[in-house]
Design a protein. Structure first.
Length: 190
């Protein structure tokens, strides 16, 4: 994948930037960037790495995200496991694909990477729960990051931050709400 300037900024957010948002108009490659991020960062080569890509509906997951995953992950030798709804890379790294169109699911798994495509469509309470409880850095060599895409001025209503007034490249420090995330930094890429 040859990244655009905006995608390149998104790929180069540091791993100690816990929360990163890629905001751009529809059709500009946001989903492709989110899917490709673990490859761009080299996380797919780390045996213990686990990530998850969330879509707001099963239909979006299967039609859009799966298409991007098949295109990019196959290039580095990943195989799709239908039973586990995950891609497994030759190193043993795994990326799960999960829809959040119902709240009947119990998400208690630990992931090093949480990716939300079109984050504006998710329930803010569930987002906060997932970010605080499921994003973990179990080993020193692994990241603990949340990355998201947005087409609009995203506002996370039930959180301690509001991004609608962000400027490109602005870094906002988060209050430390969780003992599991050492540094909570937000970065917006327009």
């Amino acid at each position: 994948m040859k990244p655009t300037k905006t995608q390149d900024l998104f790929f180069n957010l540091p791993d100690d930037c816990t929360l990163g948002l890629l905001r751009a108009p529809r059709g500009t490659g946001k989903t492709a960037a989110l899917v490709y991020l673990p490859i761009a960062k080299g996380w797919h080569e780390i045996k213990d790495f686990t990530g998850v890509l969330f879509a707001h509906s099963y239909l979006i997951l299967k039609k859009i995200i799966m298409r991007e995953c098949l295109k990019h992950y196959a290039e580095v030798g990943a195989k799709y496991n239908h039973l586990g709804s995950k891609f497994v890379f030759p190193s043993g790294a795994q990326i799960f694909l999960l829809p959040l169109d119902t709240q009947k699911h119990q998400y208690w798994a630990r992931f090093n990477f949480l990716g939300f495509d079109d984050i504006d469509r998710f329930d803010p309470i569930l987002l906060n729960f997932l970010c605080v409880n499921c994003c973990r850095k179990d080993k020193e060599h692994l990241p603990a990051v949340v990355r998201a895409t947005s087409s609009e001025y995203f506002t996370w209503k039930y959180s301690n931050f509001n991004t609608k007034h962000w400027k490109s490249g602005e870094v906002l420090m988060m209050p430390d709400e969780s003992e599991h995330l050492e540094r909570r930094t937000l970065y917006a890429v327009d």
